[in-house]
Design a protein around this ligand. Structure first.
Ligand code: HEC
Ligand code: HEC
Length: 285
């Protein structure tokens, strides 16, 4: 059975999902404002029209780091800024899906978000992280909103909450080991440190508070402040800092010091491991 067939069969019950969503809305109102939260949390209701969902999706695509790699500008050419395809006109271009892959727009978009490596657009590296992982961390409802937004790029949004297949269990498995709790101590922290060493990150960045090498130290407080200033979630900011360093330059540093080619050198899994690790760093006294 192919992954796409699995996706088609994986439609799950809706009610528990909304109970969970309701809980998070309550919970996020309850936690003190000093704690970091992703910008403007949104509630997505079951009765929302595809057009309204598309509007929410547009905001999510901006805030959760998709535009680190993608452009949505009709005049910018198919390659956009170069790291990922220009998404302008996507719905027209992919109306019949892709040859040998999902045969229509909705299943193609669903696969693009759940399993970006399932069909690689020609000429690009396999660097797009699955959308339920960092930096985007889209919930099922958010993914539905994003699919509607993508359908609106040259087409008409048609999908309601509950129409799309849920994430198949076998796809979500590998993320379980990469939770922030494990990242602090377990094997994924070791894996992350090995990557940071191998790719020379530690020649420019220190883990010691206040120690400036060529670049700023990895300081959880500064990282959160910079993410907020940039209007991105912490994960999305970290991803952007790695694959597109010149998009946002910290005041005291020159823009061209950090290499620009990490988007090519690191795989989606490696980016994921690094982002999880840096996001889980805790402030030191
Ligand atoms: C780290 C860079 C990166 C990020 C972040 C990223 N993408 Fe991608 N994306 C790519 C690349 C590279 C491709 C082409 C290779 C492939 O098919 O995976 C791609 C392909 C796609 C495609 C298929 C495009 C086509 O022309 O068929 C869609 C749709 C898409 N991405 C949507 C998204 C959305 C939505 C997000 C945010 C939730 C996102 N991407 C985040 C790099 C990225
Ligand atoms: C040659 C030096 C150099 C290397 C190598 C390097 N960086 Fe950087 N990095 C910088 C500089 C300088 C800045 C600050 C200027 C900017 O934002 O581009 C920076 C900024 C950052 C930021 C944002 C920091 C903040 O406080 O907002 C992150 C995150 C980051 N780098 C991660 C990495 C990772 C991960 C690697 C390895 C994969 C890496 N860097 C490799 C020089 C480097």
């Amino acid at each position: 059975m192919t992954a796409t067939q699995t996706l088609g069969r994986a439609v799950g019950p809706l009610v528990p999902a909304f109970a969970v969503l309701g809980f998070f809305v309550w919970f996020s109102n309850w936690i003190p404002q000093t704690r970091w939260e992703p910008p403007r949390a949104r509630t997505i209701g079951a009765q929302m029209s595809p057009a309204d969902l598309a509007r929410v999706g547009a905001g999510l695509v901006r805030e959760r780091g998709c535009l680190t790699c993608h452009t949505v500008e009709p005049g910018a050419g198919v390659k956009g800024q170069g790291r990922g395809p220009n998404l302008a006109g996507l719905a027209t271009r992919r109306a019949a899906g892709v040859p040998g892959g999902p045969p229509n727009l909705v299943t193609y978009l669903t696969q693009s978000l759940y399993e970006p490596g399932g069909y690689l657009v020609e000429g690009y590296a396999n660097i797009m992280p699955a959308s339920y992982r960092p930096p985007s961390k889209l919930t099922y409802e958010e993914m539905t909103a994003v699919v509607n937004y993508l359908m609106s790029l040259g087409g008409t949004p048609t999908v309601k909450v509950g129409d799309l297949p849920r994430l198949p269990a076998e796809l979500s498995q590998p993320v379980a080991v990469a939770s922030p709790v494990v990242a602090k101590s377990g094997t994924s922290a070791t894996a992350a440190m090995a990557l940071l060493e191998k790719h020379n990150c530690m020649t420019c960045h220190s883990l010691k508070k206040g120690e400036v090498l060529v670049g700023p130290p990895f300081d959880p407080v500064a990282l959160r402040a910079n993410a907020k200033a940039r209007g991105l979630s912490l994960d999305a900011y970290l991803m952007e800092s790695i694959v597109a360093p010149s998009a946002f330059v910290q005041g005291d540093f020159k823009p061209d010091l950090m290499p620009e080619d990490y988007a090519k050198d690191l795989t989606a899994g490696q980016l994921h491991t690094i982002v999880i690790y840096l996001a889980a760093l805790e402030p030191k006294p």
